[in-house]
Write a protein that binds this ligand. Structure first.
Ligand SMILES: [Zn+2]
Ligand SMILES: [Zn+2]
Length: 393
């Protein structure tokens, strides 16, 4: 009990610093892969608080980092995101994700809770969530190999330790035709725009036969160069989502035939490439329950996560497939149903209410990490739950 109170007090003691940090990151609003100033500022803060910092975490991601404090024993990761969106800045509230994790880690150190419990708290600086799914690369390069568990808390319109997310694969499609004057010699052309339109119509027809809770959506990124020339080139980006990767793969196979049909119908050549992949989040229920309990203990009311609240995809999914991990949510809107990726949500991410909510999230996160490090049976329950599911992967 002594340590729990000390952890909460430690978050309060650094609250002004951490809110200041969140405001700076909000102002930077750097895009995926370009978060140099943000990463630098966060690392400086952690160095100043006595963390040992490695940067980059892996060569492939220059804006990634690892900051740790502790001794031998289990290593629990708290993940930091700090990328923003074009035009609308921190409309996903990632300025609050990084500061939640950092405040939790620093409070665990300052309170003496880590020294007492043993083990290590590791802040993993994860760039490029919005575009690129960089956590998958961090996972592939082994950054999480020596971690026992991992947590992240994302801003939202509700608070919970649970998540639902889609598995996602994205594709680029290109069609190659033959140019010709659209009025003088149309019969000599092979129309790449027609091919991509055929593909979109094919997707629309396919949609009727798709199972529930599957999403196929995209845009035409190149539909030709001038109206009076038969387009010899067209391209599109398509995303396919379902609640499991298995289902995504089944739909992807149908999609491949639809792409081929566009080429066949028009006489174009085509090139289909997978560009990105995000696994579905596999919620570690014991850790999610623990976070819910700790939310309640710091006065944050939790609500169940439901499909109807809206579901997206996240690269946190990749992490949840290799170790016990969760993505929780913190209400920064005061319960108002304000969707992420909007200007209104960006306002919440830099509001007094949002900053106070971030501090409550940091307390609940720190308490959860403390539970995992200080009580071996708690960590064992999380690991057992993970191992059970892994048999099915
Ligand atoms: Zn987002
Ligand atoms: Zn986000």
């Amino acid at each position: 009990m002594k340590n729990r109170a000390a952890i909460i007090e430690s978050v309060d003691l650094i609250s002004a610093d951490v809110v200041g940090l969140a405001k700076i990151i909000f102002e930077f609003s750097e895009l995926s892969y370009e978060e140099y100033k943000s990463a630098e500022t966060l690392m400086d803060f952690l160095k100043g608080k006595g963390f040992s910092v490695e940067s980059p975490a892996i060569e492939e991601l220059p804006t990634s980092f690892i900051a740790s404090y502790g001794s031998s024993g289990p290593r629990v990761a708290v993940m930091a995101e700090y990328d923003a969106l074009p035009e609308i800045g921190h409309a996903c509230g990632h300025n609050l994700i990084c500061t939640t994790s950092i405040a939790a880690a620093v409070a665990l150190k300052n309170s003496g809770a880590i020294d007492e419990a043993g083990g290590t708290v590791v802040v993993v600086g994860c760039p490029a969530e919005e575009r690129g799914g960089a956590k998958r690369v961090l996972v592939e390069k082994g950054v999480f190999d020596d971690m026992s568990a991992a947590l992240i808390i994302h801003p939202a319109s509700m608070s919970t330790g649970f998540d639902i997310s889609y598995a996602l694969k994205t594709f680029s499609v290109e069609y190659f035709g033959k140019a010709a004057h659209a009025a003088a010699d149309p019969a000599k052309g092979v129309n790449a725009l027609d091919a991509v339109i055929q593909m979109f119509n094919g997707i629309s027809a396919m949609r009727q036969q798709l199972p529930e809770k599957v999403r196929v959506h995209g845009i035409i990124t190149n539909g030709g160069q001038s109206f009076n020339t038969i387009p010899d080139y067209s391209s599109a980006e398509i995303g396919i989502r379902a609640l499991t990767m298995e289902e995504v793969d089944e739909v992807s196979e149908k999609f491949r035939r639809v792409v081929e049909a566009g080429a066949l119908a028009t006489g174009c050549e085509f090139l289909l490439k997978q560009t990105e992949q995000m696994e579905e989040v596999y919620v570690n229920v014991p850790i999610a329950r623990l976070l819910d309990k700790n939310f309640e203990s710091v006065g944050e009311e939790t609500t169940p996560r439901t499909y109807e609240q809206g579901v997206g995809s996240t690269d946190v999914g990749s992490v949840t497939h290799v170790l016990p991990a969760i993505q929780g949510y913190i209400d920064i809107t005061g319960g108002k149903d304000i969707p992420t990726h909007t200007k209104e949500f960006a306002s919440c991410a830099s509001s007094d209410y949002g900053y106070k909510a971030m501090l409550r999230a940091a307390k609940a996160m720190a308490l959860t990490v403390y539970d995992l490090l200080s009580d071996q049976s708690v960590l064992k329950e999380a690991v057992d739950y993970f191992e059970e599911r892994r048999k099915e992967f």
